[in-house]
Design a protein around this ligand. Structure first.
Ligand code: NAP
Length: 310
C-alpha cells in the first residue's frame, strides 16, 4: 500500500501554501486540486491586498504562480476531487472521483467555500441566462445593460464596482439599511454615479423565459413590492464552507465550518484544516495562506512525533 505522508485537499491559497511548505520539509505532499482548481481567487479580478505585488496581481495569475511554485518544489498535484473519507482508519482513507482510494498519515483539509444562492426558482432557471454568481467572469457581457447586484459585503461592493465598468446602471440591493462591507469599498460604491443603492430590500422573483427581463423587489420596511426591468442579476451574498463529505467524520460547527483548535488542529490527531473551510471570520487569501503554512508545520510535527517521516 502506498501511504502518502501528507495529503492536501484543495488548491486555493491555503492548500498550495501548505504544499509548498510540506514539499520543503520533505513530506512529499500529494495535493488533490478539487473541482474548482485554484479556488475562489480564480474568479476574482485584481487582488490588491496580497503582499508582494506593488500594483496588485490578477487572481488567476496569483493562483497559477502558487501552483507552479508548489510543483517546482516537488508537490505532486492530482487534478481530481475527494468524494468520501474514512478517518476512523489508520492510515486515513480518501476516495477520489477518478483515482480510487488514497491512503495518508496526515491530511490537510483546505477545500474552501462556495458561493451562496438566494434559492429562488428563477435564479436556477435563468442561471447563465442573466443570473450569475461571478461578476468578474460575466460582467463584460452586460455592456450598456441594466443589472442588479445582491448583497451588502465586500463581494457585493467589488462586484457592483466591477460591473459598473460595463453596465449603464447597477442596482445594489441589500436586505438591511447598512452594509457590512469595509468603509473604503462602501465609499467607492457611494461615489459611483452608475450605482443606485436599494436598502431594506429582497429579491422575491427573477422573471424571464430565456433571459432575465425583470425582478420583483420586496421592501421589508414598507411591505411594498415593485417590478424593476433589467438584464442581469449578480448574486454576491457570501459563501458556504465545502465540508459535506466530512460531516460525519469530523467536528463541524453549526454553520458548516470545521472546528479547529491551536490554529489548524481538528478533533482528529493528524487531520488539519486551513483556509475558508475552517474560518468563518477573516476569509482572506493571505490569512488562508498563513493557515496553510501552519497546517503544514503541524503535519510535520505530528509525523515526527509518531515516527512517520520515513
Ligand atoms: P459576507 O461578508 O458574508 O457578506 C454577505 C452579504 O450578503 C451580507 O451583507 C449579507 O447580509 C448578505 N446576505 C447573506 N445571505 C443573504 C440572503 N439569503 N439574501 C440576501 N442577502 C444575503 O460575504 P462576502 O461579501 O462574500 O465577503 C466574505 C469575506 O471576504 C469578508 O471577510 C470580506 O471582507 C472578504 N472580501 C474582501 C474583499 C476585498 O477586500 N477586496 C472582496 C471580497 C470579499 P447581512 O449583512 O444582512 O448579513
Amino acid at each position: 500500500m502506498n501511504i502518502i505522508k501528507n495529503l492536501i485537499l484543495g488548491s486555493g491559497p491555503a492548500g498550495l501554501t501548505a504544499a509548498i511548505y510540506s514539499s520543503r520539509s520533505n513530506l512529499e505532499p500529494v495535493l488533490l486540486s478539487g473541482n474548482e482548481p485554484g479556488g475562489q481567487l480564480t474568479v476574482t479580478s485584481l487582488v490588491e491586498n496580497f503582499p508582494g505585488f506593488e500594483n496588485g496581481i490578477l487572481g488567476p495569475e496569483l493562483m497559477n504562480s502558487m501552483r507552479e511554485q508548489a510543483i517546482n518544489v516537488g508537490t505532486k498535484i492530482i487534478d481530481d476531487t475527494a468524494i468520501s473519507v474514512d478517518f476512523s482508519k489508520k492510515p486515513f482513507v480518501v476516495s477520489t472521483e477518478r483515482n480510487g482510494e488514497l491512503y495518508a498519515h496526515t491530511i490537510i483539509i483546505s477545500t474552501g467555500a462556495s458561493a451562496k444562492w438566494l434559492g429562488l426558482e428563477g435564479e436556477k432557471r435563468l442561471m447563465g441566462k442573466g443570473v450569475s454568481g461571478c461578476a468578474t467572469c460575466d460582467g463584460a457581457f452586460f455592456k450598456e445593460k441594466v443589472v442588479a447586484v445582491v448583497g451588502g459585503g465586500d463581494s457585493a461592493m467589488e462586484d457592483s464596482l466591477f460591473v459598473s465598468k460595463f453596465a449603464s446602471k447597477v442596482y445594489l440591493i441589500h436586505r438591511r439599511d447598512e452594509f457590512r462591507a469595509s468603509k473604503i469599498m462602501q465609499d467607492r460604491v457611494k461615489d459611483n454615479p452608475k450605482i443606485e443603492i436599494i436598502f431594506n430590500s429582497e429579491i422575491k422573483d427573477i422573471i424571464g423565459e430565456d433571459k432575465v427581463v425583470s425582478i420583483d423587489i420586496f421592501n421589508n420596511k414598507t411591505g411594498e413590492t415593485k417590478n424593476v426591468p433589467l438584464d442581469g442579476v449578480f448574486i454576491a451574498i457570501g459563501h458556504t464552507p465545502n465540508t459535506s463529505i466530512f460531516k460525519s467524520s469530523i467536528d463541524i460547527d453549526d454553520n458548516g465550518y470545521i472546528k479547529v483548535h491551536d490554529f489548524t488542529k481538528t478533533n482528529i490527531a493528524g487531520i488539519f484544516a486551513a483556509g475558508d473551510v475552517s474560518d468563518p471570520k477573516y476569509k482572506q487569501a493571505i490569512s488562508s495562506a498563513g493557515m496553510g503554512c501552519i497546517a503544514s508545520i503541524d503535519s510535520l510535527h505530528f509525523l515526527e512525533d509518531n515516527n512517520l517521516t520515513q
